[in-house]
Design a protein around this ligand. Structure first.
Ligand SMILES: *Cc1c(COP(=O)(O)O)cnc(C)c1O
Length: 413
């Protein structure tokens, strides 16, 4: 008799984006004449850049001939990509890594979700709140999150990020074993300055805390004093794992490629406290057993991002999204909304007017002007009273949405 992993039964079936889709569909059925505009999309919309497309075509041609065919590759990625990563993403920032510290993968979701396998199930965890749901749900699945009580998991330390604290999470006053940080942040679009991130590294070193640093939106950083990598902070190699992804950087959501950095210096302790074990080695062992690498074609595509033309083309696409973000931020601010984020990230975090709740504002905006947002509470308890807008849509749609919302706001005053 096979018994189920009962931790899975603690997870709720209702999924935020499924709930939104259901409500939007109900609206479309009753308002067939209204063109719905989504500012809730969490996926990129612009195509792959030409340099990446060319590299993929070339890789496909190689696969078509016995002389140049590629079968199983190294589990942790081809050297051409690991070396390009080190040379372009880290060396220019004064960070020196060895190729064996870079694990190429099929995107950041897999590794942020799986990383918990190499640490004990009973470590305590901390998450900024609101948060990317993968961090919590993957811990629920192995029992690490505890039980759900009034919308909060019993073994999870929630670090609220709200307008009141300027979206800077407060350092816990007690020891937490593992902490997830995501900067630039999804969903709030806010960032941590180097000075703030330094405090986290200091806390982690003092408390033997493992920081799981998700830098999926690193490419969107515009301001000079915002760290692109946690390893820009001295000491971070001893306490942090960093996750990167080409999904938002270069439109790879459908291609699938990213990487995880686990420095050789990073260790965790055994239960008896007698031995410190390098996490790089455990992850290498885990990946060689359960992962067979991401495709050669995807890795050639990723390497093309680091060519001069690739870099320029990727920058142009990011600039397009960031101009959308600026348009949304300026328009909404002029209308009187309190808007956060959107300067170093493709997300805007907007306070609902008059303190109404996230879902109610979502429905008001949908029914008044046919514009879809994402209710902030779907990302955690501290997201209540906010909605998330994304800059991933078309320019014309952003403009039209701002025109409609502007009229709506004026008419209700
Ligand atoms: C989109 C996103 C990722 C990237 O996921 P992939 O699996 O690489 O597509 C990772 N973290 C956050 C917070 C994200 O929003």
């Amino acid at each position: 008799m096979a018994l189920v992993n009962e931790h899975f039964l603690k997870l709720s079936d209702s999924y935020l984006f499924a709930d939104i889709a259901r409500k939007v569909n109900a609206f479309k059925v009753s308002h067939p004449q209204m063109r719905v505009i989504s500012l809730g999309i969490g996926d990129v919309t612009q195509p792959l850049c030409p340099t990446v497309v060319d590299a993929m075509h070339k890789a496909v041609d190689e696969m078509a001939s016995a002389d140049t065919f590629h079968g199983y590759g190294p589990e942790h990625g081809y050297d051409f990509l690991r070396e390009a990563i080190i040379k372009n993403d880290f060396a220019p920032r004064g960070i020196h890594l060895d190729p064996s510290e870079v694990f190429v993968n099929d995107g950041a979701k897999s590794d942020t979700g799986n990383i918990g396998e190499i640490v004990r199930w009973d470590n305590s965890i901390g998450v900024t709140d609101p948060i990317y749901p993968v961090y919590i749900d993957s811990n629920v699945m192995c029992g690490r999150a505890g039980v759900l009580e009034n919308g909060r998991w019993s073994n999870v330390n929630y670090l609220p990020c709200t307008a009141e604290n300027g979206f800077v999470p407060q350092i816990p006053d007690h020891r937490v074993d593992m902490i997830y940080l995501c900067y630039p942040n999804n969903p709030t679009g806010t960032v941590l300055s180097k000075a703030e991130l330094k405090k986290w590294v200091k806390y982690a070193l003092a408390n033997d805390t493992l920081i799981l640093y998700d830098a999926a939106y690193e490419a969107y950083i515009q301001d000079a004093d915002i760290p692109h990598s946690i390893y820009e902070i001295r000491g971070a190699k001893q306490c942090a794992i960093e996750f990167r992804s080409y999904s938002k950087t270069a439109g790879f959501t459908g291609v699938r490629c990213g990487y995880t950095v686990i420095p050789k210096e990073l260790t965790a302790v055994t239960l008896d406290g007698k031995q410190r074990v390098p996490l790089n080695h455990l992850w290498e062992r885990r990946q060689s057993t359960k992962f067979n690498g991401t495709s050669y074609i995807s890795q050639r595509a990723a390497a093309a991002i680091y060519t001069p033309e690739g870099k320029r083309q990727v920058r142009d696409t990011i600039a397009y999204y960031m101009q959308n973000a600026e348009l949304l931020r300026e328009s909404l601010t002029q209308m009187g909304f309190e808007v956060f984020g959107g300067r170093n990230a493709p997300y805007l975090w907007v306070k609902t007017p008059h303190g109404i709740d996230s879902w109610r504002f979502f429905e008001q905006m949908l029914y008044a002007v046919g514009v879809v947002c994402t209710p902030g509470v779907g990302f955690g308890p501290s997201g209540e009273g906010y909605v998330r807008l994304t800059a991933f849509g078309k320019r014309e749609d952003c403009e039209e949405a701002m025109r409609r919302i502007g009229e709506w706001i004026r008419s209700t005053h």
